[in-house]
Structure formats: structure tokens, C-alpha cells
Design a protein around this ligand. Structure first.
Ligand SMILES: [Zn+2]
Length: 340
């Protein structure tokens, strides 16, 4: 089968298409013929390299396809079933897993980061990670939502405790995670402020329900929000940008406000004035991936049509280098998908 393989860390040129054997499903596994895989920013970090990445590795955390073979002991799926892959790997036995905190599992992993992922034609997957393809979605849309949506849901609902009367600021609403965070906050009934980098993205954010859309390159985000909300400030700020937006986020945060962060694309060292944190009773919350209960909630919302993954552009497996370059340029609205 064909697979994208990273053998050395570096730029998009290290993504090689290789011919490798089709894996055999072991006990409790199904062989999934992948039809689509989605790119995430995680793929870029894995490609560039950070400690703990096993090489060589097949990247890719999200995927959707058809079961073509079953390992021994599988009774909950059949050959021909259309499925999506839940990207968080967990043991299911440790104390954290037993208490429903799979993202704190001692064996926590992510497909395409701690082991081989979805940028290939076939993948042998434990069936505990498989779910039926959501109603009304094609393979590309189905591959586009799991990682970013379970992450955004966990950040806003589980970690930040989003309430319907909260005002929410979503930085980078055109990104894969941002466009899902925007929809989750609207589903919750919040007043949502979205930022994006050009007019076309701002228009798409408005169409997804943004009550106020601001160009974070050409407009003064802090001034516009202060004018709109007055002294009240923003209750929940959805952060994944880091250094470039942090000072504005802390300045805009309301009394009792929560900043929830899952990334630091522009840098991870930031300023913090502890007096604001205690006097204004604010919270800074870190979040990574999500738990399985949250993923099931996300599936319900996707199946009900409350959350709709937006596919910006599709590439073939052989265009993987171009797909990574496109993601790094940040011009997309929604998700970039590989059609396999
Ligand atoms: Zn565990």
C-alpha cells in the first residue's frame, strides 16, 4: 500500500510516499481502508520534530474509511462498515481511564504522533477507536472533525464551563479548531466574537453564526471589542495562538473570565499580571484533546447537524507536501483533507 512516511524531521520535503505492506489486523482490530484523512497543525509539529516522536512514522490523526477485514474477537463491526477513527489512544484500564479521563491516561497517545496514523491506504485499528460514519457526512467531512472538535468541545464545555449567557472570543475562527469552536459556542447560545485574517474568512465566520467578526490583521481587536462590550469584557477566550494574542486576551478578559488554551503557534512565553488573576477572579485553563464522553457528545451534535465540518480544500495522498505547505500558509477556512 501507499503511505506517507516521515523518516527525518524537516520541511514538507521530508514527507515521502512509500510502498509498504498492508498491516494485518490483530485481535480486537479492524483493517480500515482509508478514504479520507484530515490534516491538523499537530502534523506540522510531528514533521518538524519534537522529543518523543518515533521515526519513521506515518502522520495523520483523523481518518474515515471502510472496514475490509476483521481480526479475531471482533463482533461489534462488520466488513463493509463505514467508520471514522477517534484519534486519542488510551489504555482503558488505568485509574484515569476508569474515571472517564482518557486524556490523562498513563498510556495517552494520538494517532500520527505517538504511533502510525492515517495518511495511508490501510490502517489496522483497535475497534474501541472506531465509530460509525456520522449521518449525512461524506468521507472527507467525516475525517475533518474528530480531533479539532473533541479538542474544542473539551476546552469550551468541559474545561471552561461555557454558559449560554457568556460572551466568547474565538481567535483564528478560520482554522480547523476555530471554526468548530465558533459552532460549539453558537450551539450553546453564546454571543460570539470571531477573528480571522481576511474578508472572505470573516464572511464565512458570520455565516457560521459569529455575532461580531473582526480582521485581526487590519483592525484593532481590543478597541472594537471594548466599544461593543464596554467595561464588561469577554467571559471566555478561546486561545490557540499564543504570544501574538495573549496580551490582548488578558486585557479583554472579564471579571470571572476564563482563558482556555490548547496551543501556542506564535510562541509559548507570555506575560502574566497575577494581580489581575486574583482580583478579577480569572482562570487560565490548559487543555489537550478530550475524554471519550466528550467525543460521544460531539458525535451526537455532528449527527444532529448542529456542528458541520467545513472542508476548505482536498489534496491527494501524493500531494502531501503541497497540502502541508498550504496548511502552513494559513489561508484556509476550515479543514484541509487528503482524499485517498
Ligand atoms: Zn489509561
Amino acid at each position: 500500500m501507499q503511505a506517507v512516511v516521515i523518516e527525518n524531521h524537516g520541511g514538507p520535503e521530508v514527507l515521502k510516499l512509500r510502498e509498504i505492506p498492508v498491516p494485518q489486523p490483530r485481535n480486537g482490530q479492524a483493517l480500515v481502508q482509508l478514504k479520507s484523512a484530515a490534516l491538523n497543525h499537530l502534523d506540522i509539529w510531528v514533521r518538524r520534530g519534537f522529543p518523543g516522536i518515533p521515526l519513521p512514522i506515518i502522520p495523520g490523526s483523523d481518518g474515515a474509511g471502510i472496514i475490509t477485514e476483521l481480526g479475531a474477537g471482533v463482533s461489534n463491526f462488520r466488513i463493509g462498515d463505514k467508520v471514522i477513527i477517534q484519534p486519542l489512544k488510551f489504555c482503558g484500564n488505568c485509574k484515569r481511564c476508569q474515571s472517564g479521563q482518557e486524556n490523562f491516561c498513563t498510556e495517552f497517545g494520538i494517532f500520527g504522533e505517538t504511533g502510525d496514523g492515517t495518511n495511508c491506504e490501510y490502517m489496522a485499528v483497535d475497534t474501541k477507536y472506531l465509530r460509525p460514519l456520522p449521518a449525512g457526512l461524506n468521507f472527507s467531512e467525516a475525517a475533518a472533525f474528530p480531533l479539532v472538535t473533541m479538542t474544542a468541545y473539551t476546552m469550551l464545555i468541559t474545561r471552561a464551563g461555557l454558559r449560554s449567557d457568556d460572551t466568547v472570543l474565538i481567535w483564528g475562527a478560520g482554522s480547523g479548531i476555530g471554526h468548530m469552536a465558533l459552532q460549539i459556542a453558537k450551539w450553546k447560545g453564546c454571543f460570539v466574537i470571531a477573528t480571522a485574517g481576511n474578508d472572505s474568512k470573516l464572511e464565512k465566520a458570520r455565516r457560521l453564526g459569529a455575532d461580531l467578526a473582526i480582521d485581526h490583521y487590519r483592525e484593532n481587536v481590543a478597541d472594537i471589542i471594548k466599544l461593543k462590550l464596554g467595561r464588561r469584557g469577554v467571559d471566555v477566550i478561546f486561545e490557540h495562538v499564543g504570544a501574538a494574542t495573549w496580551d490582548i486576551s488578558t486585557r479583554l478578559l472579564a471579571h470571572g473570565g476564563r482563558i482556555v488554551t490548547c496551543g501556542a503557534t506564535t510562541g509559548s512565553k507570555v506575560n502574566l499580571d497575577l494581580r489581575h488573576i486574583f482580583y478579577k477572579q480569572q482562570s487560565i485553563i490548559g487543555s489537550t484533546m478530550g475524554d471519550i464522553a466528550g467525543f460521544e457528545e460531539v458525535l451526537k451534535l455532528v449527527n444532529a447537524g448542529d456542528l458541520k465540518p467545513v472542508v476548505d480544500r482536498s489534496f491527494s495522498l501524493s500531494e502531501i507536501q503541497a497540502a502541508h505547505s498550504y496548511l502552513e500558509q494559513g489561508g484556509q477556512f476550515g479543514k484541509i483533507v487528503l482524499t485517498i
